[in-house]
Design a protein around this ligand. Sequence first.
Ligand SMILES: [Zn+2]
Length: 684
Amino acid sequence: MKKPIPEAKRAIILGIDGGHPELVQKFIKEGKLPNFERMMKEGVFKEALEPFPTITPPNWTTIVTGAWPGTHGITDFFLPPEPGQPLDKMQFAFDTRKSRAEYIWQAAERGGKKPILIKWEVSWPPNHHGIQIEGCGPGVVNLHELGPVRLHTIEELPLTARIHLEPARGWKGLEGSGESLEGKISLYLHGGAEKIYDLAIIKSGRAGYDKIIVAKDRDASRPVAVCTPGQWSDWVLDEFNLKPDPEKIKTQDAERGKIRKYAQKEIHDNQAVTTAQARAAGLGGEPPKDVAKGTFRFKLINLAGDASELEILTTQIWPVSGYTQPLELGPELLEKVGAFFTNPARDALHYGWIDEGTFFELMDYQHQWLAKAAKYLSSTREWDLLFVETHCCDYLSHFYLNYYQPECGASPSEQKNALSWLTRHYQSIDRMLGELLTIPDEETLFMIVSDHSGTGSAQQLLDSRKVLEQAGFLVYKTNPETGPRAVDWSKTKAFPQRGIYVYLNVKGRDPEGIVDPKDMDATVDQVIQAMMDYKDPATGKHPYSLILRKEDAALLGLWGDRIGDIVYAVRPEYDLEHGSELPTSRVGELTIRSLFFMKGPNVKKGLHLQRLTQLTAVAPTLAYLLGFPIPAQAEGAVLWEALEDPDFRVNQVKALRKELDRWKKLYAGLAVEYDLNPRPEVEE
Ligand SMILES: [Zn+2]
């Protein structure tokens, strides 16, 4: 008789935003990722095809609902305006309340299963009864932070905090040569308040200034933090008064305005915009009271021996409470797991405040924290589904792929540097994976999935607004109040919105619509024709890879009221590292496909899947294998190809029926003998 197929009782799902199938395979071949290699040998692997657009919110929502973006409605990084609002007013998309499809953890709870979500992407606010840690977004959306990552320096740089040094006076317990300097460290808090510490710079040896002491009330005998150059302080746990000073807010707003001139890419100012939007949408839950406890740490990035250079980094100030479900979990995590943060200072690396090594140290700390939290919660709580996410590989895509890929003009030394950091970060994830792999038993399914990966780009982003302006469909006017150009809706027939859509400005649908509904078909054709005719003046190339009427976009899983009248995709060289390019795109050796691994009961071993594997398959496959209801709007199919016995549920039912028949017969015999009250069919 065939041995019965074991059944998965639990599942662990590691999400790796931006996880790259080609890079993982390359590093596995080089023997650098032993735990990924183990996943490949003990289970199945595939370069999966993600939905379009190739960006975070739609794709994570597809992973956990099994539905296409057209169905769950999270159709881009942002969402379109509510009906009746101008076409350029976007809504925040990192919001589970906006999804129209049931989540896998909700379906699992219907089936009596218990979920734990640890920093799982696009899962906030929680919509289940299980445990959740954060889940707001990829370090671009820092809903719960008390204050952002900051650089403190004696130079005047936008968005940094200025330190003015002078001879130290009136300090208690200050060691050193007596030539110590002092200044103030000012931490910016959201809402406009500040936290100010005293800073002393001392000469502890003969080589000049070599140590900083952060303290309260100039008392160096009880320091808040101590660092030497290149060193991190211990974690600081402190109280923060969040009541703002109105005058300070004005200064800070002015500082914020300067960032556009300073940031390497304007897009990174999105962090402030998206966080503000998300908070405005009521996403952060109860805002912290006047005083909140939080954790952060210092790193002394640079201190010159004569104190002519000084750069100190402070990490994200993360609250002790308020970012978990249940709320009381926060202090317990701090005690048992350590200080948490979501943002490994990605913006600080973009601004050139920190070196790549410092970013790596924060990323690696986060990976250790995630593994420790997963081990702690899985050993102290009841659970059936454990979700853990790292955003590391997406940061890597945006930092390094342009320097890694020769197709993007990277020099050999840039390629070498990029490869070295890519390798180290993937190895950090591999170590986290190794820790997570100590949790499962033989009844646990283990899955790894990413939402997209990335390709290098040639940094010539396509602006479809220019294309439509040039063709006369989009008209701007100068805004008399604010100065910059604003859309002249009275003359605009078509408006590109978000990353992949064009909307017509339709009478009766849009606030200042001018296209008559009966002319829509003809106007859509004209706009598509103008886009098809467009060539990049710099290269003579046509930048679009696909331009579709709305109804044709069903091919890509896009439909409904949250997509435009036209859907387009751009060639990868006109896109950022991912987003507006097709899920099938490729630059050199890198595709943009997603990472998929699965091992456990009933899963084949050592198989590279050959059939089409889409991210819509993840939720149905988990539900099928664990035996809980399929999420209500799921459209994907179970990954039959991956299973030892795809028919095991049918065979289970057959075996149960057989068993039932046996019991019926036995029961019939007993009924006669003991004169039990027999059922009608037994009497026959
Ligand atoms: Zn992503």
